[in-house]
Design a protein around this ligand. Structure first.
Ligand code: C2E
Ligand code: MG
Ligand code: MG
Length: 764
């Protein structure tokens, strides 16, 4: 910055510094001046009248006395003056000029009449004074140059008047020395000025910064804090007092870190772990003397949990300065957003995303803390879908909330309970003492979930099956652990539900096989390797074959022949079913065109296929492209297809039915509320499941049920098919009960299409 930029009083400040630098030397200069005066009087006494000598010496002493007086006045002040007006500088110049004139009088007035020795004295003292005076006054160049100029001129005049032979040479020497001297004075004065300018600039900046900081503290919510080397708070401001909600007297000289730790002692227990780790982290910064910014830490202020964002930086003299902002509101808002993204809206439990993150961190922690046991519970509610279906989603949601509460009640705060799907939950048990303890907790959960739930006037009972996997023993990768816990869960369900099953490696072998089946099936579908078999259904009264069920067959070159029950399940689980289903329908359509006029082909349709939004278009497209009349195709669906979202499925079925496609309800009687499906959709046919047919001749109770089914179908104008007829007795009983159509090994085993055609030709 230049002096002008530093403001109007910058010149006064510079002047004050210059004068102070000279004044500081006054006592020494005064002593030197007295000594010089005494010596001069002693050496030149005989050349002047006593009064002249007294007048001269008195003037010198008076001028020095004035200088000493002003030095004394300044040194008594508590602080040296910061500014000096121009007139003070002028006075100093006059003072220096007068002094120079007094010291110029011996060479000017006495040189001619002095002896050689006295001349040498005058020359020596004048030269000495030029140099000493010039440098003593260099910080104020106007005074210094005046002093040097007067004495230099006096010397020149004296030399000239002396008329020595070497006078011109001496004059030249004088000019050279005077030039060097004045240049040095000007240069030194410039350096001094620059130095002062630097000081003034830094002072100015400090002032600006402090003004800005003041302004900043007034206008923002941020609070400045300062602490010494030991982190004890200094110069506590009212805003800091307010922030801590502690009086200034109790804050001053208190350790900043200690105050924060003290506040942590009162935090609710669920916050203490986080607070401790935060305090540990911030104390590391302080110990290492490292600056940090926006460090967020919880604090307990006025019996409330607050969040502060702290910034701190060490100063060069090892003190600390920084800013604290109260970010409680921002933190709460962030927390809410986080919760929305990580919580399940119905149960307020962790959602799948949060669960996966926590599972990942649990895996990492279990690997680094080997002595601790972590467990993953995969929980599936039994019969929840039925509750939802029967009583509606409202009751379903309420039930889920009760379940969530029971899960929470049976776990500790450190454990994580998550809802990972419709009726699927997962729990991460952290730090259990033994594997048995985890198994006990899981058993307790099963027991609790089996207790009836009261929702308004309703009492609903569900149950739960749990698959248990230990981390990291049963897997060190997230997907693997989840898969293993799920395999254990499947086993629990297979075992008859309401059980806890721990994952065992043999289960993974099954999973591997399923994986191999999946891979081979993909290949088989893309190579069109699947074949169709047909199982004709016989009209029991007439003996005619009016319909044949289409059954997929697959034989893999390596895995051998695989039953549809297995590969259809794999295809459903992996989504292969969509491509597979289309292929089957296409083949069936090709065959349908070869069949005699009265023969319908019944194609099985999986619930997964039915859930596809494009299923109607797909089916219609395939049938039309093969120029097969819609009435030649029958679709068999199972009750489970109607279980979820039944309206949209009913719509789809209705669209197909309106085109002429026949719809049959397969495996009738095995579902939860078979009869209710009959009310919702009017089927063309129902197929009584094999389980009712098997022991029919010897089981009067089943006969009553089957008779009921037949009567209902007849009254609703639906055809009835009995599946799985394996012997003559069953066939007879069914005929007696009035069943329309029979299907089973006793009538026909599933056969290849060419065989079917042959059979039909023979039969007609
Ligand atoms: P489903 O639709 O109930 O088919 C009838 C099953 O009963 C067939 O088994 C058939 O071979 C078998 N069966 C027929 N008569 C008798 C009998 O007298 N005794 C016994 N014990 N069984 C008999 P398959 O072919 O093994 O098919 C099993 C299931 O796989 C089918 O049950 C069906 O749900 C599914 N499936 C088969 N083919 C397809 C297909 O092309 N698409 C779809 N989505 N599912 C299919
Ligand atoms: Mg079927
Ligand atoms: Mg069936």
């Amino acid at each position: 910055m230049s002096l002008e930029e530093l403001g109007d009083d910058a010149f006064d400040r510079l002047r004050a510094r210059r004068l102070l630098a000279i004044t500081g030397m006054t006592p020494m200069n005064a002593i030197a001046a007295m000594l010089n005066t005494a010596l001069t009087l002693a050496v030149l006494w005989n050349l002047v009248e006593p009064w002249q000598a007294v007048l001269w010496a008195g003037s010198v002493v008076l001028l020095m006395a004035m200088a000493v007086q002003s030095w004394y006045g300044i040194s008594r002040k508590p602080a040296p003056p910061q500014k000096a007006p121009a007139r003070v500088e002028n006075r100093a110049v006059i003072h220096a000029g007068l002094l120079a004139l007094l010291w110029a009088s011996p060479p000017l007035l006495l040189y001619d009449i002095a002896s050689t020795e006295q001349q040498i004295f005058i020359t020596a003292i004048t030269s000495g004074l030029i140099c000493a005076g010039g440098f003593a006054l260099y910080t104020l160049p106007s005074a210094s140059l005046t002093f040097v100029a007067i004495l230099g001129s006096a010397s020149a005049i004296t030399l000239y008047r002396a008329g020595f032979e070497i006078s011109p040479l001496l004059l030249l020497l004088l000019v050279v020395y005077m030039t060097i001297l004045t240049t040095s004075i000007v240069h030194a004065a410039g350096v001094f000025r620059a130095q002062v300018l630097t000081d003034l600039t830094s002072e100015h900046q400090k002032q600006v910064i402090s003004l800005l900081l003041n302004d900043f503290e007034q206008s923002t919510a941020d609070v400045l804090w300062e602490a010494d080397e030991e982190l004890k708070l200094q110069r506590v401001s009212p805003k800091l007092e307010e922030l801590f909600a502690i009086r200034k007297e109790l804050l001053d000289d208190q350790s900043f870190l200690k105050l924060i730790r003290q506040s942590h002692a009162q935090l609710p227990s669920e916050q203490t772990e986080l607070a401790d780790s935060k305090a540990e982290e911030i104390s590391t910064y302080f110990t290492m003397g490292r600056a940090f910014r926006d460090f967020e830490i919880p604090v307990w202020i006025n019996r409330k949990l607050c969040w502060w964002s702290i910034t701190a930086t060490p100063t060069p003299d090892m003190q600390w300065r920084g800013v604290i902002s109260d970010v409680t509101e921002t933190h709460q808002a962030r927390q809410q957003i986080w919760q929305l993204a990580h919580e399940d809206s119905v149960t307020r439990l962790a959602n799948r995303r949060w669960f996966q993150t926590e599972l990942q961190s649990s895996i990492q922690r279990s690997l680094s803390h080997k002595e601790q046991i972590f467990a993953l519970l995969s929980i599936d509610l039994d019969r929840f879908k039925n509750v939802n279906d029967t009583f509606g989603h409202d009751i379903g949601d309420k039930l889920l909330k009760i379940i969530a509460g029971r899960l929470k009640g049976n776990t500790r705060p450190a454990d994580l309970v998550a809802r990972t799907g419709g009726d699927e939950f997962a729990v991460i048990l952290r730090q259990v003492d033994s594997q048995q303890q985890a198994i006990d907790i899981a058993n307790r959960i099963v027991e609790t979930l089996e207790q009836p739930c009261r929702i308004g006037s309703l009492t609903v009972t569900v149950g739960a099956s749990i698959g248990l996997a230990f981390i990291p023993d049963d897997g060190q990768r997230q997907e693997l652990l989840l898969k293993h816990a799920d395999l254990a869960l499947y086993r629990a369900k297979e075992n008859g539900r309401g059980q806890v099953v721990r994952f065992a490696p043999q289960m993974a072998v099954t999973a591997n096989q399923l994986y191999r089946i999946e891979q081979s099936l993909r290949r088989a579908v893309s190579n069109g390797e699947l074949r169709l078999h047909y199982q004709p259904q016989r009209h029991l009264a007439s003996g005619h074959f009016t319909c044949s069920e289409v059954l997929a067959r697959w034989s893999d070159p390596v895995l051998g022949s695989i039953s549809p029950a297995t590969f259809i399940k794999v295809a459903e689980d992996t989504g292969i079913i969509h491509a597979l289903g289309k292929q089957i329908l296409q083949q069936a359509c090709l065959h349908a065109r070869l069949m005699p006029a009265g023969m319908t082909l019944a194609v099985n349709l999986s619930p997964v296929q039915l859930a596809s939004p494009s299923i109607v278009d797909d089916i219609v497209g395939i049938i039309q492209s093969h120029h097969v009349p819609f009435t030649k195709i029958e679709l068999e669906i199972t009750e489970s297809a109607l279980l979820d979202d039944s309206y949209s499925v009913q719509d789809k079925l209705q669209q197909l039915r309106e085109l002429g496609v026949r719809i049959a309800l397969d495996d009738f009687g095995t579902g939860y509320s078979s009869l209710s499906y009959l009310r919702r959709f009017s089927f063309d046919k129902i197929k009584i499941d094999q389980s009712f047919v098997r022991d029919l001749p010897n089981d009067p109770a089943t006969q009553v049920i089957v008779k009921g089914m037949i009567d209902i179908a007849r009254s609703m104008k639906m055809q009835v098919v009995a599946e799985g007829i394996e012997d003559e007795a069953t066939l007879r009983t069914l005929t007696e009960l009035g069943c329309d159509i029979g299907q089973g090994f006793h009538i026909f085993k599933p056969i290849a299409p060419e065989q079917l055609l042959e059979t039909l030709v023979r039969a007609t």
